[in-house]
Design a binder for this molecule. Structure first.
Ligand code: HEC
Ligand code: HEC
Ligand code: HEC
Length: 132
């Protein structure tokens, strides 16, 4: 019995690593390669925006967003306001109650845990040559 509660040093380290690994997704509350955008949201009383990049990448070509809609390819590099979105720019080019649900669904975009910094969560680079 006491063996269970007093594991060897090696086992102890191993299980600590397991606990940390298991806790990671909970700690970030953002999925692998989600982009958190929190440049202005929280300062203005809204939760950080979680943009599920993979979800969108499998549905649209890169150039739709990164050329036609003008999203620069660096997390946190775009200045996006709700006025822009409601006027049909950036996210609002699709979240317009036509291609996708409307901007009135605040919580679907402003879904981040308070305090999450702007940036990419999890690996976002391929293992091949160069970044994407
Ligand atoms: C629906 C729109 C959309 C599509 C489609 C899309 N992206 Fe993005 N991408 C974004 C947004 C929004 C961001 C975050 C920008 C920000 O934080 O200001 C982003 C961020 C990025 C980044 C920056 C990540 C970092 O490390 O800083 C890269 C690289 C990128 N996209 C590449 C791609 C590639 C390659 C494709 C196609 C396979 C693609 N994107 C498709 C909207 C899109
Ligand atoms: C090129 C079109 C396009 C752009 C631009 C776009 N979206 Fe979307 N988005 C979609 C579509 C289509 C869906 C799926 C809608 C549905 O299921 O009814 C979606 C779904 C979502 C979802 C829900 C994902 C899920 O798991 O159901 C979130 C959150 C979201 N978008 C956030 C954003 C944010 C934030 C931006 C801007 C940074 C953005 N989107 C820009 C087309 C777009
Ligand atoms: C389709 C996704 C989406 C929806 C829906 C959405 N937002 Fe936003 N919102 C964003 C993005 C992206 C930003 C830029 C975040 C940043 O830079 O911190 C933003 C920024 C903001 C900001 C700060 C910038 C500004 O324009 O003042 C406020 C406040 C805000 N949203 C309120 C709202 C409210 C209220 C709703 C619902 C009526 C809403 N948002 C719905 C994506 C969305």
């Amino acid at each position: 019995m006491s063996g269970l509660f007093a594991p060897s040093r090696r086992l102890g380290v191993l299980s600590l690593v397991c606990v940390l690994l298991a806790a990671l997704p909970l700690a970030t509350q953002a999925e692998y390669a989600d982009v958190v955008i929190n440049r202005q949201a929280e300062k203005n009383g809204m939760r950080p925006v979680v943009f599920p990049h993979w979800f969108h990448r499998i549905r649209f070509r890169c150039k739709v967003c990164h050329a036609e809609l003008g999203f620069k390819m660096r997390a946190g590099s775009n200045t996006i306001t709700m006025t822009d979105i409601i006027e049909g720019k950036f996210c609002g080019a699709c979240h317009n109650n036509d291609i996708a649900w409307s901007p009135e669904n605040c919580d679907l975009c402003h879904s981040g845990k308070p305090g999450l910094p702007t940036g990419v969560f999890g690996g976002h680079e391929t293992s091949g040559p160069g970044r994407w």
